[in-house]
Design a binder for this molecule. Sequence first.
Ligand SMILES: Cc1ncc(COP(=O)(O)O)c(C=O)c1O
Length: 395
Amino acid sequence: MRKKTQKKFIDTLAARLGQTTQGHRTMVPPIYQSSVFPIDTLEETDDIFEGIKGDYFYSRDGNPTSDVFGESVASLEGAEAGAASSSGMGATLATLLVAMESGTHLVAARNLYGKATVLLKSLAPVLGNNIEFVEATDTKAWEKAISKSTSAIFLETETNPLLRIPDLPKIADLAKQSASTFIVDNTFASPFHISPLNFGADMVIHSATKFLSGHGDVTAGVVVGSRDWISRVKSKISLVGVNLAPFEAWLALRGSKTLAVRLAKSSANAMKIAQYLNTHPKVTEAYYPGLDSHPDHETALKIMQNGFGSMISFEIDGGIEKVGVLFKELQQIRYAPSLGDVNTTITHPAKTSHRGISQSERTLQGIQDGLIRLSVGIENVSDIITDIECALRKI
Ligand SMILES: Cc1ncc(COP(=O)(O)O)c(C=O)c1O
């Protein structure tokens, strides 16, 4: 019999993901490539559909491979349960639908992935919700906005793209006082660097497309939290059809097993690259929570573990024209509108992740047209710096 009581480190948990599946004796969970599961008798239908009998019946409502992935991320985050979804946006949508039917007042960070902001603004009038947006790191603004009528609070633990680190314990206290649900998107930090549930968050969302899967070959999302909440999120996933396909779940699970080794290397690389960019004469600003100069460095020291993450943002002299030149001059680092892969990629938030919000909104968030976002990979750090150095020389 397997003993479940020993506390494990995240590298151990990650490497052993997927071994907990019951009912088969494989080391790696099989891909249940089946949209439907036969039912033995008509009499048991009610119990199966109502979840009383835990059998699978239709993959939009649950699939064994996809469930293994959801449960695996739950184990990395220290949560009771997890639900896999077809993308980070699918996971966000399903979670927000539950949050928005639980009450009418939501408070959200204004610094979110662009499409998350658009989603909140699109859903609110349809579902009769009122959303207040506040600066993610302005604890006083959270305090002012959150009241007894607030039902949910939503923020990113490390914001896209300026890598701000909100004070999770303080905001969690406010959530507790107002009895609201504290929902966080932990995509940028991943459970390797931030464990939001330890700081009082209730629900954690990931775009598993990024660091969790890590190889740029799968689009996936996941939500973890209490059994009760996850069961409600799963029913929304089924309702709107944002379930994760079994093969994608299998890929995401395989990627997640190496989360700790990948991120140990990429975050160590990121620290060196951030220090290099921070003193480069052509770089006007470098944003990395591991730098003393970052406005949330003190909070990062309190909240982050195993380093300060693999994302860096920076601005160069000369604005967007020079950004275009830089991207052309890079020989190895590709311009790609995503992040979290084993290979280093670079992107331009104003034209990609945050193009759906207005220029004035971007300015309010501090996202200038000259801002560049770097997702650091696991290559040799000297090769990454050489590529950036050669390109910077040409601008
Ligand atoms: C912080 C964050 N959350 C959610 C998403 C959405 O994830 P996906 O692209 O998997 O739908 C993204 C996408 O870039 C993101 O950066």
